[in-house]
Structure formats: structure tokens, C-alpha cells
Design a protein around this ligand. Sequence first.
Ligand code: PLP
Length: 426
Amino acid sequence: MSKTDDKSLDLPQEWPGALHYDEQEVEAVTRIVRAQSPFRFYGLDFQHEVEQLEKEFAEYIGAKYCLGVSHGTAALQCAIAAMGVGPGDEVLLPGYFWVSTVSAVVRSGAIPVLVDIDNSFNMDPGDLAQKITKRTKAVIMVPMGGVLGQVKKVAEICKENNILLLEDCAQSSGASQFGKMAGSFGDISIFSFQINKNITAGEGGAVVTNSEELYKKAFAVHDLGYTKDEEGNLDIENKDYQFWGIGCRMSEVTAAIVRVQLKKIGLITSSMRNFKYQLIEIISGYKGISTRYVADPSGDSGGFLKMIFDTKEMAFNFRDGLIENGIKVRQGGYYPVHMLDWGLHIYSNITALVGKKSFCGHHSVWELQENEFAKDYKYEKGTLPVLDSFVERTTLFCVASKLSDEHKTLIKKAFTKTCDLLLESK
Ligand SMILES: Cc1ncc(COP(=O)(O)O)c(C=O)c1O
């Protein structure tokens, strides 16, 4: 039996950036350790890594400012605080996201309002327009898995209505649409460098914006609550920037790794994208299976293939078929996943949201006087019918960023066999 027929062949996990670690990341970490300078503002032989990453990342996205932070979740908190979101405000966001997206809204004291998705699995501008009220302070667009959707249209709607747009690009570093980078469409955007993301230092995040004011506010919140003057000294007298900081600074070690990863981002995303579209070509020969709409495939960062079926049963059967035909899931990885098992990415699975729980056991934001208007808002399954229907009928395949020819052959064979078994050719 050849190795490609061997059903026990393990596939690498879908940790895109980490699979591309090599001596360059080792050198970067070693340099910071040798310099005895892991802190972003000073050190024995200070290397200025965070500052340099901020410059390079801002330039890469095509924005003026970037702030390195400790996590994507922290980046969301800083961005939301910078936008001045709080009690009495509504923040509109899709129901397909990560729990951090909605938790950052709830922790600000504002009310999350769920918006349905379109066939790109991104926010539907039509539903967004209907849900805007005089209380809408901000919109969060969440391009999941590196596909941007109708972000330009959403940005236009936000502008017309004088609403701030935050792009949660945690899963979309390196993605673009017709040449414009994810994170450059709205007023402010955030990124994550956690291990499942396109580039990674294990943890890490960034806030990106063209607005000096939003940048300075995010900076203050990420540090001690205050901005810095031209000389880099804390300015505690400036009344525009007197907040409560959360101390989520990025470390020099994180920045050193992310700087190396940023140089590899094109290689990482193109490896995933190229193979993803080879798989799409296979399944496009069959009836009863489709994939999500991608306006500009060349800007898809490629990590996730969503396969949509007519029924829930077919989506489960397809997942099982892929596994039976040789796609073995290594522990900790998740190759073929039915979207019903996609956990805290789906609004109705978030028990704290459905149950309108409080941040720390006292009053929940839905009980605040300023939020009286929202006391009957609902978040359980059924709130977003289009998303609910897609979730029932979709199986995901996570495309790894580094696959040997042997792996690729095995995966393609599994796709062809499963399609032949379950579907009719076109
Ligand atoms: C859409 C989205 N937003 C925010 C985050 C949070 O990022 P982090 O894990 O770096 O806190 C994630 C991470 O999974 C995410 O997928």
C-alpha cells in the first residue's frame, strides 16, 4: 500500500504561522533575550521591536497608526474604548464572530445588536441598514477566515449614518479585496497574532487606524490610561486622555517574532489559498454542494473552506465521508468540522450572551438604566435566520499552510471520493 492510501497518515494542524517557524524566529527571540530587554518601552540594550513592528504593520495595511497589544481580545477592548462606546449605545455586529468580539462590547457597557449574514458569511448590509437606530454608535465587521464580504458597502452605510466602523480582522491578516487590505476600510481595525491566526507569536494583537485621536485613546487605554508627549513621557495633565488603562502592552519578544512572520505572510496565505482553490475546483464538478461567495479570490487569505449543502444531514455525511476517506484529525486540530460544532464562533452557542449575563456577577448591562431600551432584546437561536440556516448546512475544512505533496494528494483523493459517494456530477 502506498503512503497516500494509508488512512493513518497524520495531517499537520491548521496553525498557519507556527507551521512556518524556522531559525529566523529563533534568532529573533534569542536577540531579545540576549539584549535582556523584553519590555516595550525600555531595557538594558533596548531593541525597539514593538515600535518597529508598529511602523511596518501600519505600512503593510496602508494606515497611519498601529498599536501593538498583548492579544486580539485586548485590541478589541482598546478599540471600543477609543471609539467612546459605553452604556446607552448600541453596537451592531454579525452573529458569526468569536466570543471576544461580543464580550468586548458587553464589557464596555453597551448593548450588542446582532445582524444577519450574506452568502459570503459576512455582515449583510441590507440587514445592517434596517437595524441602525439613533443609538447605534458603532458597527463591527468581522471578516471570518480571511474573506472580506461587502465591507465597502458597510463602510458607506456607516459613513452616511455617522457611525464608526471597527473591522475585527483577527482572522484576516494578509487578506484583501481588489488590492485594499483587510483593516483599511473602516475607522479602526484590530488583528490577532494568537496561534490559530495567519501570523503568530502564540499571543499578540494590534489596533490600526488613520485617526490620531483614536490611536491616542487606544494607546492610553492599552497602557496606564494616559497618552505620551513628544519626548515619550507620560502626559497626565492632558484632559482629553485621562482614562483607566488595562496594561495590555505587547512584549518585545512577541514583536520580534511577529516582525519575522510579517515577512512570510504572503507565502503563508498563498499556500493556503492555492490549495483551497484546488479543492474548490474539485467540488465545483458536483451538484448539491457550493462554497461561500468570495468577491475577490486573489485576496482570500485561504485558511478555511466552507462547504454548503442542501440539508444538515448532507453536511454531516460529507464531514464523515472526508474522515472515512483518509483525512485524519490529529489531536488538537480540527480538519473537517460541521458548523454546528463550531463553538463560540456562533452567537447562539454563547450562553453568557443568550442568558444576558453580567461581567462579574452584579448587574448585567441589560439591567443598566441607560440600557432600559434593550431589556427585551433577544440573542437565542432564531434571531438570525440566514446565519442559522447556513450553520446547519455547512461543513468547514481547515486548510493547513504547509502541506507536503503527499498530504495534498491524500486530501484531494478524500474530497473526490466523498463527492463521488454522496453527490451527483454536474
Ligand atoms: C474574530 C476574532 N476576534 C477576536 C479574536 C481574539 O483574539 P485573541 O485570541 O488574540 O485574543 C479572535 C481569536 O480567535 C477572533 O477569531
